[in-house]
Design a protein around this ligand. Structure first.
Ligand code: NDP
Length: 263
């Protein structure tokens, strides 16, 4: 029996255990998935080995620490320095990022996305920003503080803090901050958000399982919006394929994982 886990702080909200256990159960894969509340990201590697895990997912705020914890990084995670999935291979930790493709899957119903504003500049923002640029989408980033914006400036994005933000027309605005996850905070001051939502077609939030204060504002403006549930499903299917070494069919994983959303 293989053991998998999600690391995060907070982590009690995470639906990943339900999703992955649903796949293991329905597809008879001998594995179990649990959650680990980890406060100190520098302890991730040791904790992974101490628990005898075969693989893990990493959520807020440890995705950048997870990148550092790995022996080898594969694929898109190399581009962003952010890891949300770890696989143990010959006693080495291999890091991947499935968030960005998960998000692109989630917004496939939103058409003609050419200009995006990302709220937040953490691990999720980096993954989405770099992926949008790959897809030739113009990316602007708004964060409450300056420090993490450097990454995006180096990629050629337009960046703002709350102090110097000037609104423009966007096709999509995405909240990747953790504002609203465990509180009722907005990801930016209300007047700034009102301006943004006034001239945007779609709104999305990476947070799932609730209508965040940000999505409530989008709802009040009559915008088309979605929470992070489909992103969660998208990244989860790709992570599960890695956990099970592609022994299961992607369509079967998706169907079994989808069942957990009905629980
Ligand atoms: P990080 O900790 O890496 O980044 C958090 C970002 O949010 C930073 O830019 C930080 O700003 C900003 N922030 C935090 N609190 C506030 C606040 N109160 N007001 C404004 N800005 C704030 O987190 P992650 O990128 O790993 O995760 C972000 C969110 O995305 C989480 O809620 C997570 O649950 C969700 N998520 C959902 C996924 C899904 O599958 N649906 C997948 C991945 C993430 P500063 O730089 O100033 O500190």
């Amino acid at each position: 029996m293989k053991l998998f886990a999600i690391f995060g702080d907070p982590v009690s909200h995470s639906r990943s255990p339900l999703m992955h256990n649903s796949v293991f159960k329905h597809l008879n894969y001998p594995a179990c998935y649990t959650r680990v509340h980890l406060k100190d990201g520098s302890k991730l590697r040791q904790t992974f080995f101490d628990l005898g895990l075969s693989g893990a997912n990493i959520t807020v705020p440890h995705k950048e620490a997870a990148y550092k914890a790995c022996d080898e990084i594969r694929g898109f995670a190399n581009k962003v320095g952010v890891v949300n999935t770890i696989i143990k291979e010959n006693e080495k930790l291999i890091g991947y990022n499935t968030d960005a493709d998960g998000f692109i899957y989630a917004i496939s119903e939103f058409k003609d996305i050419k200009k995006v504003l990302i709220l937040g500049a953490g691990g999720t923002a980096k993954a989405l920003g770099a992926k949008f640029l790959e897809e030739k989408v113009q990316v602007s980033v708004l964060n409450r503080s300056q420090k993490r914006l450097l990454f995006f400036q180096n990629l050629g994005c337009q960046t703002f803090t709350w102090e110097n933000f000037t609104s423009a027309r966007y096709d999509l605005v995405v909240n990747t901050t953790s504002a609203g996850l465990k509180d009722e905070e907005l990801p930016a001051p209300q007047n700034i958000l009102e301006d943004i939502l006034h001239s945007v077609n779609y709104a999305a939030d990476a947070i799932y399982g609730k209508v965040t204060p940000f999505l409530k504002l989008a709802q009040a403006k009559g915008l088309r919006y979605k929470d992070g549930a489909d992103m969660l499903l998208g990244q989860g299917v790709l992570a599960n394929e890695l956990f099970t070494h592609q022994q299961l069919q992607k369509e079967d994983i998706q169907k079994a994982m989808q069942k957990s959303f009905e629980l």
